[in-house]
Design a protein around this ligand. Structure first.
Ligand code: 13P
Ligand code: SF4
Length: 310
C-alpha cells in the first residue's frame, strides 16, 4: 500500500470510516500514543475493550492484549498492526507444560496475570493485572492454595504484600529483568533528590529500592501527584512520554539496563509503527481470531477479574 504523506490525518479519517477505536499501551512509541483514543495499563485497556461501542478495535499493544480484547468482543473486528508483537512473559508459559503443572496440583486455584495467551487464560480461574493482583489475591480465603502464573516477579511481590504463600510459575519479562541494581545505586547517589518508581515485573533487587511500585497507570499517576520533582523510572521507557506530557517541568530518568543498550524498550511492543497501524486499518488486517471454545473458556476468568476489581 502506498503511504499517505500525512499519516496522522489518514488514520483519523480511517477511524471515522470504520467506526474504529485505537487503544494503545504506554509502551508504544510516542507517535502511536499521540494518535490513540485511549492510552492505558492492561486493566484500563481491558475495561475500554469491554465497554466500547466501536465496530473495530485497533490494538496498539502486543498480541495477548489484542487477544484479550477479542475474548471480550467476539463480534468486533480486532486488528493488531504486527502479529509478531508477542511477549517474552506470555511465551514463558507454554500451554502443554502449564496443563501438566496444573494437573499435579488439582486442589489449587489458578490466578493468571493477563500477560499470557488465551490458552493459559482458558485454564485459569481468575485473571489479574499488575494493578489488581494484590486486591484479587486478598479476596481469596486464606486456606485456599493458589497457583500464580506466569510472572514470578509479580508473584513474589504479591506474596510480600499479602503475606500469602503462592505456588509460582517460573516466568518473567525480558524488559523488566534488564535493570542493573549496581547502576541503579550509582544513579541514586548522583540524584539523591529523585524517587525510584518501579513496575512489579522487576526483580526483587530493583523493587527493594523503589519508593513506589505499581502498574504503568499507577506509576504515571504517582509521578504526577507527588510533590517530588525527579524520578528514576524502572519500567519500559515508553511511559516517559506521558509523564513528560502531563508534568513537563519534572525530571524523569530511565532506570539503567545492565548492558549498554536500549533493552528497556520492549522489542515486541516496538514492532508496531504508525505506518503499520495505518496499513492495518486500511486493509482491515491482520486481525485476531480465536477458536470459540478457547474464547468462551478464557472469558470466564476475565469476567471474574472485572467483577472482583470493580
Ligand atoms: P501494565 O501496563 O498493566 O502495568 O502492564 C505492563 C506490561 O508489561 C505490559 O506488557
Ligand atoms: Fe511482555 Fe515484558 Fe514486553 Fe510487557 S514489556 S509486552 S511483559 S515482554
Amino acid at each position: 500500500t502506498a503511504l499517505p504523506l500525512d499519516l496522522v490525518s489518514a488514520i483519523q479519517e480511517l477511524k471515522r470510516e470504520l467506526n474504529a477505536v485505537v487503544l494503545a499501551h504506554y509502551y508504544q512509541e510516542s507517535e502511536i500514543q499521540d494518535v490513540a483514543d485511549y492510552i492505558g495499563d492492561s486493566l484500563g485497556l481491558s475495561r475500554q475493550a469491554a465497554s466500547t461501542d466501536a465496530d473495530v478495535i485497533v490494538f496498539a499493544g502486543v498480541h495477548f492484549m489484542a487477544e484479550t480484547a477479542k475474548i471480550l468482543n467476539p463480534n468486533k473486528l480486532v486488528l493488531l498492526p504486527d502479529l509478531e508483537a508477542g511477549c517474552s512473559l506470555a511465551d514463558s508459559c507454554p500451554p502443554d507444560q502449564f496443563a501438566a503443572f496444573k494437573a499435579v496440583h488439582p486442589d489449587h486455584l489458578v490466578i493468571s496475570y493477563v500477560n499470557c495467551t488465551a490458552a493459559i487464560k482458558a485454564m485459569s480461574d481468575i485473571i489479574c493485572t499488575s494493578s489488581n493482583a494484590v486486591q484479587i489475591v486478598q479476596q481469596i480465603p486464606a486456606e485456599q492454595p493458589i497457583i500464580f502464573a506466569p510472572d514470578k516477579n509479580l508473584g513474589r511481590y504479591v506474596m510480600a504484600q499479602t503475606g500469602r504463600d503462592l505456588l509460582l510459575w517460573d516466568g518473567s519479562c525480558i524488559v523488566h529483568e534488564t535493570f542493573s541494581e549496581r547502576k541503579l545505586i550509582d544513579l541514586k547517589v548522583q540524584h539523591p533528590e529523585a524517587e525510584v518508581v518501579a513496575h512489579p515485573e522487576c526483580e526483587p533487587t530493583i523493587l527493594r529500592h523503589a519508593h513506589f511500585v505499581g502498574s504503568t497507570t499507577a506509576l504515571l499517576n504517582y509521578t504526577q501527584q507527588s510533590p517530588k520533582q525527579a524520578f528514576i523510572v524502572a519500567t519500559e521507557s515508553g511511559i516517559l512520554h506521558q509523564m513528560q506530557k502531563q508534568a513537563p517541568g519534572k525530571t524523569y530518568i530511565p532506570a539503567p539496563p545492565t548492558q549498554n543498550c536500549a533493552c528497556n524498550e520492549c522489542p515486541y511492543m516496538r514492532l508496531n509503527t504508525l505506518e503499520k497501524l495505518y496499513t492495518a486499518m486500511k486493509e482491515r488486517s491482520p486481525e485476531i481470531t480465536l477458536p470459540e471454545e478457547v474464547r468462551v473458556a478464557a472469558l470466564k476468568p476475565m469476567e471474574r477479574m472485572l467483577e472482583m476489581s470493580a
